[in-house]
Design a protein. Structure first.
Length: 375
């Protein structure tokens, strides 16, 4: 854990805040707090907040009943003061008092976590009168977007674990079972294969495969159905997996499906091959989209080509048309073109890849061909 959550991250984030003209970062439970401290706090109505001033000592404000959890986490080994507040105390006042003391003045610009609860933002605003509130994402994005070698290996372990679930798909996906039954067994396998949570299980059978974010339903899988299976979870060290494969259950693929799947596979390969430093997400997206359009299915590719991944399943960079920020080594993201034929079926191929100094490193290695499963 020490390599994933190094003790210099607070200093690095403080320096970034200072360069950005921000007096302090305020982080409540979520990926940013875990990134900075290693503490995977759960969000409740009781305030947990990292106070990271641009000058002065940081402070982690937590409910006193959760101090032991902090000590047991990687945050316990940091040089970080922890203030446990009692039930009758006002933790927001603790935040404001510490921040003014650390800075030696009232803060002028404070950045809060992008996903902080609205009620917490408003309470913090009240305890910091006159301070301009902004988003911490603008300060932390470059730090989180470029993965360290330890983070890449954590993502690789997550990718290998989700690959093992796909390798077992014949155990779960069978004719006569409902999507919900299949999804339940997949979720159990995600835990068995090395995750601590199953974050999503999309099982889109037949016409449901044409809906990229389909929810599990009671539709029964029929012989010859094309089934899109998009699954992912979070590992114990906090890093996420996300991988999609497409199956045909109980029979050969209909001719039309085999034809458009060949186009999709070529698009996914072209997009992956386009990844290297200096290439833009726009160009990576176009590499997939151009192949699908040339194959006659352009109108049926209805989402971006990919999204970043790390401590969150979706984070920067986004592999989408119009994103002109050049790729850099250490950026990790999905490559997941899809073709969706409304009312009929669909297909998607998704891998997580990392941009390296000389190209691309795919973290998912399980086969990408259309898999025909016995009934």
């Amino acid at each position: 854990m020490s390599s994933l959550y190094p003790d210099d991250r607070l200093t690095t984030a403080r320096d970034a805040a200072r360069r950005g003209g921000v007096d302090a970062l305020l982080m409540t439970p979520g990926a940013d707090l875990r990134y900075l401290t290693g503490y995977n706090a759960h969000a409740t109505e009781r305030l947990t907040c990292l106070v990271l001033p641009a000058e002065g000592d940081p402070l982690l404000v937590v409910p006193v009943l959760e101090r032991a959890m902090v000590a047991a986490s990687p945050a316990g080994s940091l040089d970080l003061d922890v203030a446990g507040w009692e039930e009758t105390e006002d933790p927001y006042a603790v935040v404001g008092t510490h921040l003014r003391s650390a800075l030696g003045r009232a803060p002028e610009r404070v950045a809060v976590g992008n996903r902080m609860w609205a009620e917490q933002v408003l309470r913090l605003r009240d305890c910091l009168p006159g301070a301009e509130l902004g988003l911490a994402g603008s300060v932390l994005r470059d730090l989180r977007m470029i993965k360290t070698s330890a983070e890449v290996e954590a993502l690789r372990r997550a990718g290998q674990a989700i690959d093992r679930v796909h390798a077992r798909m014949g155990e779960f996906l069978r004719v006569g079972r409902t999507e919900r039954e299949v999804g339940r067994d997949i979720a159990a396998a995600i835990l068995q294969e090395g995750h601590v949570s199953a974050d999503f299980t999309i099982v889109g059978s037949g016409p449901n495969g044409a809906s990229p974010h389909h929810e599990l339903s009671d539709r029964v899988v029929h012989a010859g159905d094309v089934v899109v299976v998009d699954i992912g979870g979070t590992t114990a060290d906090g890093y996420c997996s996300d991988n999609t494969r497409t199956y045909v259950c109980g029979g050969p693929a209909p001719g039309e499906v085999a034809d458009y799947y060949a186009v999709l596979l070529a698009a996914q390969q072209a997009s992956t091959a386009a990844v290297r430093p200096g290439v833009t997400p726009h160009e990576v997206d176009a590499a997939a989209r151009d192949v699908i359009t040339a194959g006659g299915y352009g109108e049926f590719f209805i989402h971006r080509t990919g999204h970043g991944i790390g401590l969150e399943g979706h984070e920067e960079p986004y592999i989408v048309a119009g994103n002109s920020e050049p790729l850099r080594p250490g950026m990790a993201f999905s490559i997941e073109p899809g073709i969706y034929l409304p009312g009929r079926n669909g297909a998607r191929i998704e891998d997580i890849v990392v941009c390296t100094a000389d190209g691309v490193d795919p973290l998912n290695v399980i086969g990408r061909d259309l898999v025909v499963l016995p009934g």
